[in-house]
Design a protein around this ligand. Structure first.
Ligand code: GDD
Length: 396
């Protein structure tokens, strides 16, 4: 895979944001020789990508998706990666989890692709979390909460059990297996470039593609991400007193991290999770707090934003959930300690204008899920092994 070299970077304390790099060739040929090292590009060979992917877990959050689409997603994930599926699909009146499991299991029989699959509402999961000292994912009745962010954090906990060094997320509603394949290669390429053990790769979709009339329409900007990016960059300007447009991936559902960085972050529920990761890094690792994490400040956090070639074609939900997604995203910025009155006022104006907030209301506080570094993973796994009725693992 050949990419543009990271050219421009902005650094805030320990956090380095690299500007968008585009994929130039999906397959860049042999990495050495006259075509290998074109100035301004970086070419990562197949063998290097596979090596990194064999040390990677891919988490797929699922909620009531078409099993055919899920199968396509599985087919796009490079064989070396270990797949974790956390499903929150309905179990009644039809057991959709069972249908998904049959799909995944058949895929395993035909490909021998290792995987772990579990249902988000598995009671052994909630018991195990309490025993392991991490009750934050539970609601008042003791059940695991709904939400994509919740599914992703459960996936992160499970990836600690698997023990690989890198972890990435892929949505389960992606219609193009080739795009999925490219995203995972991009994760590997990003980790190849990285100098720091604390690294994150965020995918910047080139186009969100829609079928309009009789042809495709390639929309350059997502409705939610454009707004969140604007306010996220404004938040940074509050910190530095310099305006910027460096953040282009505030809502990147597709992103990957080193496990070292996973332990250094806190998360947020539902669709707040992706922007909150950035807000948390700005609050925690830019030097505004008295107690700094010396190791992170010494080694820095590297965040790469990479633009694939494949268009993003996914399940289009109705428009009604867009204002809510914008609210969930902007609430992470609104409630940040970095937000001043001006930015707060502008967020409220934006949300009221879009019908996401009533005049006079404040955006709700995001439900924060604290760092998972101290969770007793072996206790959690033991409870799951003994009591889960949905967990299934196939290692080879
Ligand atoms: N486990 C689990 N639990 N998965 C869930 C849940 C849940 O409660 N809710 C949704 N998912 C899964 C879906 O099945 C899908 O694979 C993925 O999470 C994304 O959910 P969608 O509802 O399809 O979101 P979207 O496509 O509108 O939004 C995507 O793009 C946004 C950026 O524009 C997501 O990736 C967002 O996180 C992202 O911000």
């Amino acid at each position: 895979m050949r990419l543009e070299m990271p050219r421009y970077m902005e650094r805030f304390g320990a956090v380095k944001f690299f500007d968008v790099q585009r994929v130039l060739e999906l397959t860049g040929g042999k990495s050495s020789g006259p075509l290998g090292d074109v100035a301004g590009t970086i070419n990562i060979g197949r063998a290097e990508l596979e090596e990194l992917e064999s040390n990677m877990t891919i988490i797929i959050p699922v909620k009531d998706e078409n099993p055919k689409v899920l199968e396509g997603v599985l087919s796009g994930i490079p064989h070396e990666a270990f797949v974790i599926i956390v499903s929150n699909s309905r179990r009644e009146p039809i057991d959709r989890y069972r249908i998904e499991l049959d799909t995944v299991y058949q895929f395993y029989r035909l490909t021998r692709r290792p995987f772990l699959m579990i249902h988000q509402k598995d009671l052994a999961f909630s018991d195990g979390l309490v025993e392991a000292g991490y009750p934050y994912l539970l609601d008042e009745s003791g059940k695991i909460r709904d939400g994509k962010g919740e599914g992703m954090v459960l996936g992160l906990l499970l990836s600690k059990i698997i023990g690989r060094r890198y972890v990435g997320f892929i949505d389960s509603d992606n219609y193009i297996p080739g795009a999925v394949n490219e995203y995972v290669d991009i994760y590997a390429a990003g980790f190849y470039m990285a100098q720091s053990p604390y690294t994150m790769i965020r995918i910047k979709w080139p186009y969100k593609t829609k079928f309009v009339g009789r042809r495709f329409y390639f929309r350059r900007r997502g409705r939610v991400s454009e707004i969140t990016n604007r306010f996220m960059n404004m938040l940074i300007a509050r910190l530095t007193k310099f305006e910027t447009d460096i953040i282009k991936t505030s809502n990147a559902g597709e992103h990957a991290m080193t496990m070292e960085l996973v332990d250094k972050l806190a998360y947020a529920s539902g669709f707040s999770i992706e922007p909150y990761e950035i807000v948390y890094m700005l609050e925690e690792y830019t030097g505004i707090k008295k107690n700094v994490d010396k190791d992170v400040f010494e080694k820095t956090i590297e965040i790469y934003q990479i633009e694939p070639r494949n268009p993003h074609i996914h399940e289009e939900r109705d428009e009604s959930h867009i204002p809510d997604m914008i609210k969930k995203s902007l609430s992470t910025i609104y409630h940040s300690v970095l937000a001043d009155d001006t930015i707060k006022k502008r967020i409220i104006e934006e949300l009221v204008r879009r019908g996401a907030l009533k005049p006079g209301e404040d955006p709700p506080k995001p439900h924060v899920l604290p760092p998972i570094k101290d969770v007793d993973i072996s206790k959690l796994f033991k409870t799951l092994q003994e009591n889960s009725d949905t967990l299934i693992i196939r290692e080879e």
